[in-house]
Each structure stands twice: as structure tokens, then as C-alpha cells.
Write a protein that binds this ligand. Structure first.
Ligand code: FAD
Ligand code: NAP
Length: 313
């Protein structure tokens, strides 16, 4: 059977695409999600910046639970399968699943997201989502008027440190070298901000805490001394991995245009450079990396799929 639309990835972008595609009248729409639908936000202990949802007793997992129920109610089918690759043959697409089976589809929306890299220090995984964060927009407010630690020396670390400096009392940026990858104006702006403190030639040796979450970090300097900082928020910005493997062919070449960071180039309608192939959410260029914007992208992509199929009919 030929699918009207194959959606790859069941985070906020993919689920919203599924909701709009099915409510928009498409009958054969399947969501391929290698785990439980919900996406990255299911790792978060709370979410307070999604408009209309304001309940501190609910986790990211609770929040996403209703999304999938709503989608499946309107006829979205779900296959718990990892997609290996997408290829275009003539007018339609072949989606290759883990194990080698294939599915044909008229259109594809890729919503596989991106994942922040982990730095690898002791305790990072233990306190991830419990004090260790990779999202200042999401979690900065939890540290209003409190001191926080930031790890990294690239554009993201220094831009996010600046964002945090307007919310938090003090921002301690720990960077393993004394040269920064961040653009000079970004670095200079951070240096001018009185509550940003750059700690160079230093690494986070360990994140410390207990069942309530992170209570501080041990920072190791180049002379071997270790200093304890009792900040309960630690923001790790050491790069991003875009989950774009499904868009590579056998030779490792992307089937659609991407930028130098591997993010998929889309227009305002979430169209990629390949006709019938759309990308939505954190995988795309300029993604704000927020649930609300990923959901918005998913709705746009699905509406475009419906128009695309109507034009082909
Ligand atoms: P994702 O949520 O990353 O979903 C992608 C999905 O694709 C995943 O479920 C993955 O399993 C699946 N997938 C990947 N590859 C394949 C494959 N090959 N085959 C099948 N399935 C695949 N945003 C906010 O707005 N507010 C917050 O408070 C907030 N807090 C956050 C807290 C944490 C701890 C994290 C990690 C993120 C947070 N974010 C927050 C960011 C938000 O979660 C993301 O911006 C959003 O989830 C992106 O949605 P997406 O659908 O593009 O991708
Ligand atoms: P990045 O440029 O790769 O920087 C990552 C930083 O983390 C580096 O300072 C690196 O240190 C450090 N780091 C890496 N692994 C580490 C580890 N295990 N432990 C401790 N520190 C570690 O990543 P990014 O800042 O996310 O930026 C990614 C790309 O997006 C860059 O090209 C950047 O210019 C671009 N970007 C642009 C903008 C903008 O234009 N406004 C905004 C954000 C990002 P070293 O320097 O020592 O390697």
C-alpha cells in the first residue's frame, strides 16, 4: 500500500504533523518512531513555556501523553520502528526501516530532531533534567536570581550565558581552554556583562547532588586544584548532533540540501530542496528548539503535504 504521508520521528513536530494530516483528510498516514512517541521533552521534569499548559505537577512525559492519544484518535497510525533511510524513486519515496523492510509513500515529513551533545563528566547523566540542562530558554527561569554554571566556549554557550545573565544573579562560564570559538562580538558582549564570569582552562570534573537534584559542581583548574561551586543549575552547551542520518544515501551524501551543520534547509512552508519531502522541528535550519515552534512546523508541513497531494491528484 502506498502511504499518503510517512512521518519520521514522533516528537512535537511529528505528532503535530500527524494530527494535521489526519484531521485534514489524509487516510494513510503512518508515524515511524523508534521509541515511545513524545520526543526530547519527555526527558524534562517540567514545562512551563507552552502556552495554555501551566501545571507544575506534570512532567514532560505527562504533557506529551495527551498529544499521542489525540493523534491516534484521528487515525494516525504508529509503527515503533527506526527508519534507516529515505530515498526518492520517480514520483514517490521509499522509506527503509530497521531490518530492511520498505514502505512506499507519496510524501515524507522528516521530524527526527537534534540532540545536544553530552560533555562526559561524572554525574552528567544522573542529574540531566534534575539541574543539568541543555536549554536556557526552557530552564533558565527556574534559576531566577540564583547563580548558575555554564559549560562551553562556543557561540551557543556565550549567547545562552548572556540570556541567563538577564535572569540569574551570576553566570559562571567554565571553558576548557583560554580561546573561545564564539564570534568576537559575542565574546566581548559576555565580557562586558558584570554578572558573567569566565573561568578558563577549567573543566567540570563532577556534578554533585542527591535525590532532590544537583547541588553543585566540582571545577578542576589547569593547575590541578578543584573548586566546588554550589550552583544548583548547570547548563551544558558543547555542541549539537543533528539527527539527519535518514536523509543520507548509501554513499553518505544528503538527498536534500543541508547547511554546514547538517541542518535541513527548508523554506517557510517546511519544503526541502526535494519535491514532496518536508522537514520540521529541531532538524531544520534556524530552529528555535522549542516545543511550540516544533509543533508549529509540524502543522505547516502537514498542510503543505495536503496541498501537494491535491495538486498531484
Ligand atoms: P524531538 O523532540 O527530538 O523528536 C524527534 C523524535 O524522532 C524522537 O522521539 C526520536 O526518537 C525520533 N527519531 C529520531 N531518529 C529516528 C529514526 N531514525 N527513526 C525513527 N524515529 C526517530 N522546549 C520547550 O519549548 N520548553 C521546555 O521547557 C523544554 N525543555 C526541554 C528539556 C529537555 C531536557 C530537553 C532535552 C529539551 C527541552 N526542550 C524544551 C526542547 C524541546 O524538547 C525540543 O525543541 C522539541 O522536542 C523538538 O521537537 P522535534 O519534534 O523537532 O524533535
Ligand atoms: P561549538 O562551536 O562546537 O562549541 C562547542 C564548545 O564546547 C567549544 O568551546 C568546545 O571547546 C566545548 N566542548 C566541546 N566538547 C566539550 C567537552 N566534552 N567538555 C567541555 N567542553 C567541550 O558548538 P556550538 O556553540 O553549539 O555552535 C555550533 C555551531 O553553531 C558553530 O558553528 C557556531 O558558530 C554556530 N552557532 C552560531 C550562532 C550564531 O551565529 N549566532 C549561535 C549558536 C551557534 P573547544 O573550543 O576547546 O573545542
Amino acid at each position: 500500500m502506498m502511504l499518503d504521508c510517512a512521518i519520521i520521528g514522533g516528537g512535537p513536530a511529528g505528532l503535530t504533523a500527524g494530527l494535521y494530516a489526519t484531521r485534514g483528510g489524509l487516510r494513510n498516514v503512518t508515524l515511524f518512531e523508534m521509541g515511545l512517541p513524545g520526543g526530547q521533552i519527555t526527558q524534562s521534569s517540567e514545562i512551563e513555556n507552552y502556552p495554555g499548559f501551566f501545571d507544575h505537577t506534570k512532567t514532560g512525559m505527562d504533557f506529551m501523553d495527551l498529544w499521542q492519544k489525540q493523534c491516534f484518535h484521528f487515525g494516525l497510525k504508529h509503527e515503533m520502528k527506526k527508519v534507516e533511510k529515505v530515498s526518492k524513486t520517480g514520483e514517490h519515496f521509499t522509506v527503509t526501516l530497521e531490518g530492511g523492510s520498505t514502505v512506499e509513500a507519496m510524501t515524507v515529513i522528516v521530524c527526527t530532531g537534534s540532540v545536544p551533545k553530552r560533555a562526559g563528566f561524572k554525574g552528567e547523566d544522573t542529574y540531566f533534567g534534575k539541574g543539568v540542562s541543555t536549554c536556557a530558554t526552557c530552564d533558565g527561569f527556574f534559576y531566577k536570581n540564583k547563580p548558575v554554571t555554564v559549560l562551553g566556549g562556543g557561540d551557543t554557550a556565550l549567547e545562552e550565558a548572556y540570556y541567563l545573565s538577564n535572569i540569574c544573579s551570576e553566570v559562571y562560564v567554565v571553558h576548557r581552554s583560554d580561546t573561545f570559538r564564539a564570534a568576537p562580538p559575542t565574546l566581548e558582549r559576555a565580557k562586558r556583562k558584570e554578572n558573567i564570569h569566565l573561568i578558563t582552562n577549567a573543566v567540570i570534573e563532577e556534578a554533585i547532588g542527591d535525590a532532590r537534584g544537583l547541588s553543585g559542581v566540582n571545577v578542576k583548574k589547569s593547575d590541578g586544584t578543584v573548586e566546588r561551586m554550589d550552583n544548583t543549575g548547570l547548563f551544558v552547551f558543547v555542541g549539537q548532533t543533528v539527527r539527519n542520518d535518514v536523509l543520507k544515501d548509501e554513499k553518505g551524501t544528503f538527498i536534500c540540501e543541508t547547511n554546514e551543520r547538517g541542518q535541513v534547509i527548508v523554506d517557510l512552508s517546511m519544503r526541502t530542496s526535494v519535491s514532496g519531502l518536508f522537514a520540521a522541528g529541531d532538524i531544520r535550519i534556524e530552529a528555535p528548539k522549542q516545543v511550540v515552534s516544533a509543533a508549529g512546523d509540524g502543522s505547516i508541513a502537514a498542510l503543505q503535504v495536503i496541498s501537494y497531494l491535491q495538486e498531484k491528484a
